[in-house]
Design a binder for this molecule. Structure first.
Ligand SMILES: O=C(CO)COP(=O)(O)O
Length: 253
């Protein structure tokens, strides 16, 4: 059985105290209401990481960051290293989110280096891939996904690749209220899995958790998560509301 995961991505929202109160609400609801084996992750801004890992002690909620620098350390003013993230007690790092690719010029080549550094520091990358609306309309979405996998991750050996969580987030569905239909999402998830089977092995493909992200909410999550190759979600806007986030997590109860 593949691991089911629901991860929240708070993006650049919530001041320090707001983050702590939202997280306290989330861990308490999860504690009271989650009965399944699904893993719950909250990816917060850096300022919250250490406090959240302290609050999470004794609760089944893990904490992650939203980015990390590719270098181990050094003169990179304003950046955060994987080692620093690890030292907060966080376990995950989102890499290659489309907002990083779009607004900060992150390329597949750079993301390959970030994946190496994050893995070398014992953290799990949640590696985001996905096509823009233009690319989908041009019919190039399969090719885009394939090259994001090839250039970002296929340098990893089988053991390292097996540790990755993949998130398929069609850029046109992020923050727009337009979700991919469950058929559209399933089609791409199945494609990703078949590509991984071809590159690595069927066994690796079958064991990799692939999340869907993009306007996921408590209403559409049940149908999305019921698809054969969708193993959970990466949740933006709805992760800022404890009730909505918990209801999405509970789809796997
Ligand atoms: O980008 C996302 C998660 O990483 C999705 O954001 P929304 O759920 O707000 O569309």
């Amino acid at each position: 059985m593949r691991k089911k995961i629901v991860a929240g991505n708070w993006k650049m929202n919530l001041d320090y105290n707001e983050g702590l109160s939202l997280f306290s609400e989330v861990i308490n609801i999860i504690n009271d209401e989650v009965t399944g084996q699904q893993e719950v992750i909250v990816c917060s801004p850096f300022i919250h990481l250490h406090s959240l890992t302290q609050l999470a002690k004794g609760y089944k909620v893990a904490v992650g960051a939203q980015n990390a620098h590719q270098a181990e350390s050094g003169a990179y003013t304003g950046e955060i290293s994987a080692k620093q993230i690890k030292s907060t007690g966080a376990q995950y790092v989102i890499l290659g989110h489309s907002e990083r690719r779009q607004y900060f010029g992150e390329t597949n080549e750079l993301l390959a280096k970030k994946a190496d550094t994050v893995l070398a520091n014992g953290l799990t990358p949640i590696f985001c891939i996905g096509e823009t609306l233009q690319e989908r309309e041009a019919g190039s979405h399969f090719g885009i996904i394939k090259s994001q996998l090839e250039e970002g991750l296929y340098h990893l050996d089988e053991a390292a690749f097996s540790k990755i969580v993949i998130a398929y987030e069609p850029v046109w569905a992020i923050g727009t209220g337009v979700t991919a239909t469950s058929e559209q999402a399933q089609e791409i998830h199945a494609f990703i899995r078949s590509e991984i089977a071809e590159k690595y092995s069927q066994q690796v493909a079958d064991s990799i958790t692939i999340l869907y992200g993009g306007s996921c909410n408590p209403k559409n999550a049940p149908e999305l998560f019921a698809q054969a190759d969708i193993d959970g979600g990466l949740i933006g806007g709805a992760s800022l509301k404890s009730r909505d986030f918990a209801d999405i997590v509970k789809v796997f109860n």
